[in-house]
Design a protein around this ligand. Structure first.
Ligand code: 13P
Ligand code: SF4
Length: 385
């Protein structure tokens, strides 16, 4: 549940006095940046600002901590002292921070329009209906693990928590698939078909053992036999930003620069990932480019703001966007410095705006799935070290 202004906390009169976002839209960039820093100083350790790698530079400049979706969820769980977690990212990330945070903490999303079109491609009602259909045809007599990508609603995370499943992100999908594929007969993965297919392929699962579930068709558009035979059932969802990268973009950059390396996010379609040189989460992409030798050449298939930042940080390396057209996540971009300044000034004045709150029943089971993810990821990391 989202509240634009926390009425119980501030009362009607203060609500009238709340700072108006439209006033911030009239200010200069310099005034906004100075205002954010002033508010941060006043709030001190009461506030922590988290920024996802896809945020624009003028927002990242004010973040205390930056990371990929997995790292940010761990950071949110660790910053127990901060009263306010201001999340510069998208809605599902802020929800996860609220689930993992402490009861006294309040999570704020500076623009409530910052959603994720992929997360919206699966509703919990559709997922529950799909699960019942699988039960009716006897598929659930086998051990089936429901696994959701972090890019999903809290309600879907709770569904996974209730049914023995887990959450994963692009940075830990491989170790979590490894565990679940060994322990279960099959996996039902939502909502990103591409991450599911790309990860399944890493375990040698053939495409004919991966069924695609279309929520608008009976049995997801499959026959009973196909669903019984499948090792992986993939929800028909995708990222509209990463979906813009096509195999011919890879061919084109290689034709122009034969020594270029193609590095993509696993939300890209299978046909792109299988011909790329490397694929991995936003952190993997950053680490790969950071550790690459000076003079190396990279075509990067991920969100525009991250690629532009890498170009600025590493002028000694040749870094280009894999596709020339605009691959920008418009919802991530909704978080502008003006929204951040407005949210922080309201906090300074004792008003909590744009709070993201997950109800207690959902939180209980979603926390099980998120904690399972963090524990299994940490166990896997310590095994490797
Ligand atoms: P990461 O898990 O790599 O941060 O990606 C999140 C995301 O939304 C990518 O589109
Ligand atoms: Fe969602 Fe794609 Fe934007 Fe990531 S890049 S937040 S998956 S729409």
């Amino acid at each position: 549940m989202i509240t634009v202004l926390d009425k119980e906390r501030v009362g009607e009169e203060d609500m009238q006095n709340a700072f108006l976002l439209e006033d911030y839209l009239k200010m200069s960039d310099a005034e906004i940046a100075a205002g954010i820093e002033r508010a941060r100083e006043t709030l001190g350790s009461r506030v922590v600002i988290l920024g996802h790698h896809y945020q624009r530079d003028d927002v990242i400049a004010h973040a205390d901590l930056t990371g990929d979706s997995y790292q940010l969820s761990v950071m949110a769980a660790q910053r127990k002292d901060a009263e306010f977690i201001v999340f510069c990212g998208v809605h599902f990330m802020a929800e996860s921070a609220d689930i993992l945070g402490q009861p006294h903490q309040k999570v704020i999303l500076p623009d409530l329009g910052a959603g994720c079109s992929m997360a919206d491609m699966a509703t919990v009602e559709q997922v529950e209906d799909a699960w019942e259909q699988l039960r009716e045809i006897g598929v659930l007599k086998q051990k089936v693990a429901p696994i959701t990508y972090m890019n999903s609603s809290a309600a879907i995370k709770a569904f996974c928590g209730r049914n023995g499943g887990v959450v994963c992100t692009s940075s830990n999908a491989v170790p979590l698939f490894d565990i679940y594929l060994k322990e279960y007969d099959k996996m039902f993965f939502f909502p990103d078909q591409h991450l599911g297919r790309n990860t399944g392929a890493k375990f040698g699962i053939p495409l004919e053992k991966m069924a695609l579930w279309n929520p608008f068709e009976e049995l997801g558009g499959n026959t009973e036999e196909e669903l019984h035979a499948a090792k992986l059932i993939l929800w028909r969802g995708h990222c509209s930003v990463h979906g813009r990268f096509k195999p011919w973009h890879v061919d084109q950059v290689r034709a122009e620069q034969p020594d270029i390396k193609v590095l993509v996010h696993p939300e890209c379609m299978r046909e792109v990932v299988e011909i790329s040189d490397l694929n991995g989460s936003t952190s993997f992409i950053i680490n790969t480019v950071t550790n690459a030798p000076s003079g190396s050449k990279w075509a990067v298939g991920t969100e525009l703001n991250l690629v532009l930042r890498l170009q600025k940080q590493f002028p000694d390396k040749e870094i280009r966007l894999l596709a020339p057209d605009l691959c920008m996540c418009a919802t991530m971009y909704r978080i502008a410095p003006q929204n951040l300044a407005w949210a922080l000034d309201n906090l300074v004045a004792g008003r909590v705006v744009n709070q993201i709150k997950v109800d207690d029943a959902t939180k209980h089971y979603a926390l099980i799935a998120l904690e399972r993810m963090i524990n299994l990821t940490e166990q896997n990391q310590s095994k490797k070290n």
